[in-house]
Design a protein around this ligand. Structure first.
Ligand code: ASP
Length: 599
């Protein structure tokens, strides 16, 4: 239908006759001359309608509105000197229209397509096809394409093969809630949609492929937050005959090259930092720390061991510790700000928060009582305050935030405070992507609701060989070969070296409270496969939605998914999920009982 695409035309095309097709992005009527910015997937070009040159076309152009679809015939001309638009790649030229045809008119869109104005989410999703016409969203999906293509090429170049695995699966008892699909043929039985292709990729290793990947859709029926969707996409990877470092090196290479190719605007320091889980929690209170700023957590316990201050004393006597961070330049935080931080600490389980502001500038040497503002001033000498400050790396002008409690509480509280303060004070450089690997996750955690141990990563994760004996005596102390890749305070993906021997898998299943019979019903196929020469193997699964969101500078993964669901897992455009007919229910042998849902 067309000879060129709108966004391709340049000064060198002047004099060329063209036929273009696209949408009316914007129309300006200059009493006589009409200017239309015509948009197609390649970009915009200005089309001029002059009633003197093309009276018929100008009459049509006078009637069109935004988002009409046009076919325009004309000639490329340089713009008059002084009217060039250097912001637009086609800004040196315009197309003088000779003829125009309306291929399709358009209703007035429910929100402007030619601006990135805020629009409520329901409306955006109800008219997603219009939302995706907007520049930012279109750019996000194109970026997503480039990211996924780069991943495929990177792995293909290293002899990985892409294998599709089933979407209809055996329901798994572990992990998140499954999405279930009733079987028509097997009355009363259900398939589950995959939470990840975990077992399939391990079976592909048993099958001898050695290097597998898949752009895999995963489904988890969880309560949704900004970074969750009921269906999401992972770059699923598995390799045989590898150790932990082989997987980390592969992924570090992938993300470094990805950044250079699709996100060169970001500074991505390498080599990626490797932190053990314990180290991460000790220094940042979190297993997904934002490393773009400091404010590392310091252990202050020994510095205030003999204090009269009851809060600190009680905490240490109960086996807790005193830990704190220094907020650079935070001494100027007004009363209201300090109250808000204290409130945040309380919401996260702390009894309170101790604040210490050092006034003035420079080092903490020669600190006097006048230089310290703190509600606990009377309990400590200036020298003690200086020692606390130094331990946190503070100088005058900084603010100490100190929590006293069990480690689980102080870690959570200081992590939250660290993130909040960084946000309030703009400490995180949006131009940096700081990746790190978190390693040596614990193998098991105690599940208080179920009153049993559960797997921190998943039950196929290999424990440290030297910790295997602890599985019986001290399960909480068993380290695993599980690792995460994190960036800017977010988990981007997890993986592990796997168990590849039947006996060890049986032992882990027993530790998780599974009797032998239950274990063989649920995992018999894996246990059996492992008896036929399963190679040592391991893998990882970075989230593609999150990866693209990082490179797009978006917080919410829905901004990089073409057709996401709302927070209540519905699609306002199609109306999914919806009731189905009696007939459809009968086919799959389902009778509804909605009393519990309605009450
Ligand atoms: N399948 C795991 C997950 O989805 C990742 C892995 O261990 O490879 O978290």
């Amino acid at each position: 239908m067309r000879t060129h695409r709108c966004g391709e035309l340049r000064a060198g095309d002047a004099g060329t006759p063209v036929i273009l097709a696209g949408w009316v992005h914007r129309r300006r009527d200059h009493g006589g001359l009409i200017f239309i910015d015509l948009r197609d997937s390649s970009g915009l070009v200005q089309v001029v309608f002059n009633p003197q040159i093309a009276p018929e076309a100008s009459a049509v152009a006078a009637e069109v509105r935004n988002e009409f679809v046009l076919l325009v015939e004309g000639e490329v001309q340089p713009r008059r000197a002084g009217t060039e638009n250097s912001d637009l790649p086609t800004g040196a030229i315009e197309v003088v229209a000779a003829r125009v045809e309306v291929l399709n008119p358009a209703e007035t869109p429910p929100f402007p397509v030619n601006q990135d104005t805020p629009v409520d989410e329901l409306t955006r999703l109800r008219y997603r096809y219009l939302d995706l016409r907007r520049e930012r969203m279109a750019a996000n999906l194109r970026l997503r394409h480039r990211v996924v293509k780069f991943m495929r090429d990177y792995l293909d170049g290293r002899d990985f093969i892409e294998v599709e695995t089933p979407v209809l699966n055996l329901a798994t008892p572990e992990g998140a809630r499954d999405y279930l699909v009733p079987s028509r043929v097997h009355a009363g039985s259900f398939y589950a949609l995959p939470q990840s292709p975990q077992q399939w990729k391990q079976l592909l290793m048993v099958a001898g492929f050695e290097k597998y990947f898949q752009i895999a859709r995963c489904y988890r029926d969880e309560d949704l937050r900004a970074d969750r969707q009921p269906e999401f996409t992972q770059l699923d990877v598995e390799m045989s005959f590898v150790e932990e470092e082989d997987i980390l090196a592969l992924i570090e290479g992938l993300y470094t090259e990805l950044a250079a190719n699709v996100g060169p605007q970001f500074e991505v320091p390498s080599p990626f930092l490797r932190l053990t889980y314990r180290e991460a929690i000790e220094r940042f209170g979190s297993d997904k720390p934002d490393l773009r700023y400091g404010m590392e957590i310091a252990d202050l316990t020994s510095l205030v061991a003999d204090t009269e201050f009851a809060v600190f004393r009680n905490a240490t006597e109960a086996g807790g510790r005193i830990r704190g961070i220094a907020v650079p330049g935070g001494a100027d935080t007004p009363r209201r700000g300090l109250d808000a931080l204290t409130e945040l600490a309380r919401e996260n389980g702390a009894g309170g928060l101790v604040t210490v502001a050092f006034t003035g500038e420079g080092s903490l040497d020669g600190l006097t009582a006048e230089d310290v503002r703190s509600p606990v001033a009377r309990f400590f000498t200036p020298e003690q305050f200086a020692a606390l400050g130094r331990a946190c790396g503070a100088s005058r002008g900084d603010l100490l935030l100190i929590a006293a409690d069990r480690d689980a509480v102080t870690s959570r509280v200081l992590d939250v405070l660290r993130r909040r303060v960084a946000e309030d004070r703009d400490l995180a450089d949006p131009g940096q992507l700081i990746f790190a690997f978190i390693t040596q996750f614990p193998m098991f955690e105690w599940d208080g609701d179920e009153q049993r141990w559960s797997a921190v990563h998943h039950l196929f994760t290999a424990p440290f060989a030297e910790d295997v004996e602890l599985m019986d005596t001290d399960p909480g102390a068993v380290r695993s070969h599980a690792y995460d890749i994190v960036c800017n305070g977010q988990e981007i993906g997890s993986g592990s070296i796997r168990i590849h021997r039947r006996e060890l898998l049986m032992r882990v299943l027993a530790r998780l409270g599974m009797a032998e019979e239950e274990a063989t019903t649920k995992f018999g196929h894996m246990l059996e496969a492992f008896t036929y020469g399963a190679p040592p193997h391991g893998g990882i699964a970075p989230g593609i939605d999150r990866t693209v969101a990082l490179f797009a500078g978006e917080r919410d993964i829905r901004e990089v998914i073409a057709f996401p669901k709302t927070k209540s897992a519905s699609d306002p455009m199609t109306g999914a999920p919806s009731p189905v007919s009696e007939r459809q229910l009968r086919d799959v042998h389902i009778a509804l009982d909605l009393r519990a849902a309605r009450s």
